[in-house]
Design a protein around this ligand. Structure first.
Ligand code: AMP
Ligand code: MG
Length: 317
């Protein structure tokens, strides 16, 4: 249980209080359209260190900075024509752009984890937007869960995982997209898919051309590590049915009626929105293994399969 005053419905009063907490260096969890974020003032080294400590996040994993608009983003990072075009097309929305830091960049060096780039996005969720307006500072916010674990798509999930470490959790209902932002970086004049996410490759490639895969030796960040997004239970992927003692996470109309189903109609958007909450539910049932039915690897399926593969990967002891 966390103290009741730490959990607040995201009304104007609570958002004002949250803005004040951020300005004086505290931690606020808030909803975005992707997953709940654990936010701190991105200009304040001590506050950012607090995020790493609360999550148990390795220091080499950089953070995404949430800003109000492209103009704000361009005051911190250098945007190429392609980066600007992507921002114009997808912001506000679940697309993160990794661009070189400007020389006079006012953001804490810790958000970049030693890299000379910074990851930024403009969120679309009304609570996130209102919080940015109220706080009047850029907000660094990784997913609001202990490092390596399942992301949180409900305020109660945040309270369970990080409740004792945050100053305030803004409860703004469930996250509509339910899966993290797509992260795009740039190498010379090419766009690189650093993390598949809420905006599908097919939507981006008309602007970027064929997206290249991230060079694994080039970047080391736990969001890209083999084991991440891990429930307590083991995962068995591409399962046609549950075996003895397994709990089934189904997909599509051909699934057993009793099973928890990511989307009965086979809708990948619905499946993405349900992914983390259903994994949490099956994990809480105490099962040893969650058997997951195959998900087509198109559209949002690429991001869903990315999360499932990392959740299933062998974990460090
Ligand atoms: P999270 O905040 O947990 O959603 O994870 C953010 C992810 O964004 C990281 O795991 C990285 O993959 C990516 N990221 C953030 N900043 C950078 C950066 N400067 N360069 C490359 N990737 C980044
Ligand atoms: Mg995360």
């Amino acid at each position: 249980m966390i103290a009741a005053e730490k959990l607040a419905r995201a009304d104007a009063g609570a958002i004002a209080r949250a803005g004040e907490i951020l300005r004086r260096g505290g931690l606020v969890a808030f909803p975005t359209e992707t997953v709940y974020g654990l936010g701190a003032n991105a200009r304040d080294d001590t506050a950012i260190a607090g995020i790493f400590a609360a999550k148990g996040r390795p220091r080499f994993n950089p953070l995404i900075v949430h800003v109000r608009d492209l103009k704000d983003a361009e005051s911190y990072g250098k945007f190429s024509d392609m980066a600007r075009e992507l921002a114009a097309a997808f912001w506000p929305g679940p697309l993160t752009l990794v661009v070189p830091r400007k020389r006079d960049c006012a953001l804490s060096l810790l958000v970049s984890a030693g890299l000379d780039t910074v990851a930024m996005r403009v969120p679309a969720h009304p609570v996130a937007k209102a919080l940015l307006a109220e706080a009047k500072v850029p907000i660094a916010a990784p997913s609001a869960n202990p490092s390596g674990k399942l992301s949180a798509t409900r305020a109660c999930d945040v309270a369970e995982g990080l409740g004792e470490h945050v100053d305030l959790i803004l409860d703004g209902s469930d996250c509509s997209v339910g899966i993290e932002s797509t992260v795009i970086g740039f190498e010379s004049d090419h766009a690189v898919l650093l993390r598949p996410g809420a905006i599908a490759r097919e939507e981006l490639e008309p602007i970027t051309g064929t997206l290249r895969a991230a060079d694994k030796t080039h970047i080391a960040a736990p969001g890209m590590l083999e084991s991440h997004y891990a429930p307590r239970a083991a995962l068995r992927l591409n399962a046609r049915q549950a075996q003895n003692g397994e709990a089934l996470l189904a997909f599509g109309s051909g699934a057993p009626a009793m099973a928890l189903n990511l989307s009965n109609s086979g809708n990948l958007r619905e499946a993405a929105a349900n992914l983390f909450s259903m994994l949490r539910k099956l994990d809480a049932s105490g099962t040893q293994t969650i058997a997951v039915m195959p998900i087509p690897n198109e559209g949002l399926g690429e991001a869903i399969n990315d999360r499932l593969a990392r959740a299933a990967a062998t974990r460090a002891p």
